[in-house]
Write a protein that binds this ligand. Sequence first.
Ligand SMILES: [Zn+2]
Length: 423
Amino acid sequence: MTRMGKADRPAYVIPLELGQFWRTPTMSIQSVDPDQAIARLMRFLSIEGITGQEQAIGTDVVRCLRELGIPEDAIRFDHANAQIPLPTQTGNLIVTLPGTKPGPRRLFSTHLDTVPLCAGAAPIRKGNRIVPQGQTALGGDNRTGVACLVTMLAELYARRIPYGPMTVLFTVREESGLWGARTVDLKDLGNPVMGFNVDGGSPRNITIGAVGADRWEVEIVGKAAHAGVHPERGISATIVAARALAVIYKAGWFGKVKKGGQQGTSNVGPVGDAQGRCAGQATNVVTDYVKVQGESRSHDIKFITAITSAYRQAFKQAATEVRDDQGKTAKVKFHNFRSYFPYRLKPASPVVQAAQGVASALGWQTTLHLSNGGLDANWLARHGIPTLTFGAGQHDVHTIREYADLDEFLEGCSYALALAAQT
Ligand SMILES: [Zn+2]
C-alpha cells in the first residue's frame, strides 16, 4: 500500500499523556502502523465470506495471527456451528491470551461475516477510502472490525506493549441473526468482565444499548376451490392476510409504533407459500395457503411482546371473518421467536467509563448512542458481559455504495489498542 497522505495526523496517534496506560518508557508516541493496518484491511476485504460461509476468512485470520507470533494454543474455533440451525461452515474464532500484566479479563469482539451483497467484492483504494470495484457491497461491515482487532494484537505483540488478560472473539453469522454471539459459551471466553465490540462507523460514536426483536411468522390455511365455478366453497388465505394487515395498519401497529408512551417498530416481510414461492398458484383457484413473515422491535421488552401480540390477535380475528358456504373458517398458526433481547448500559457503568476514559485521554469528544438495530453486543450483554460497540470506519453498509473510511479505521485501531493497554 502507498502511504496515507494524512498518516501523521494526530487523530489516530495516541499522545504522550497516555503514559499512564502504557508503561513503555522506550516509546514516546503510541500509534498503529498505518501501512500495515491498511494492508491488513485490504487483505481481509479481498476474501469472500458471506454469512454462514466464514471458513476462508477464519482460516486467513488464523494465518495472520500465527504470523504475528500468537501461540497456537491460544487460538481455536468453538462449536457454535453445530448449534446454529442454519448451514454454517465454522464456529466462532476465539483467541484467549493471559496478558502480560494482571487485571480483569477484557473481551474484544467483531464479526467475520459479510452480507450476501458482498459476494465477489473486489476492494480498491480511492483516496482516503476503500470502495468496491464492481456492483457489490464492500464488506467493510465487518472486515474493518476484523482488521482493527488483528491490528490491535499486531501492535501489542510487535511492540511488547503491556496488556491485561484478554479474549478476542470473531463471530460467525452475525448478519443472519447474531447467531455466533447467541451460541457462544461464556466459559469459552474465560469469563470477561466487560466487552468492546467493533462494528460501526466512527469510533467516537459509542453504542451503549440496542433494541430487541421478535421474528414471527403466521401460516394461514384456507380451502381451495374453483374460483369461477364454486368460489363460495373456498376459504381465501389471501383475504385473511389482507384483512389482518389492514387492521394492523389502521390500529397503528405497523412501521413506527407509538402507544402509551412506548415506542417500537414492526414490519411485514416475505409473503408467500410454504416453500417461499408466491402465495396462490393460479388466478382461477381460491388460494388455500399463505405464509407471512415479519418482525417487531423495541428497546422495551414488554413492548416487543405487545407488538407481536397485536399481529397474532389480528390474524386470529381475521381468520374467523372469512368463511366458506358451510360457515367454515380459516386456521392460523402463529409462531414467534425472540431474535435478540434489548439491552442498555448505564453511562456510569465500568465499561462505559473505561471507554470514555481512553477517549478523553485521546482528546476525543464521544457521543453515547442507542441503536435501533441488533448487534452481537445484545447477546454478549445477555450472556452477562456488559458490552459496548464502537466503529472502525464502515459506511453505507449493505449497499453497493459501501466504503471504508481510512481515517476512522485507523482511529478505531488506535482506540482498540488503547483500550487493550488501559490500566
Ligand atoms: Zn456489522
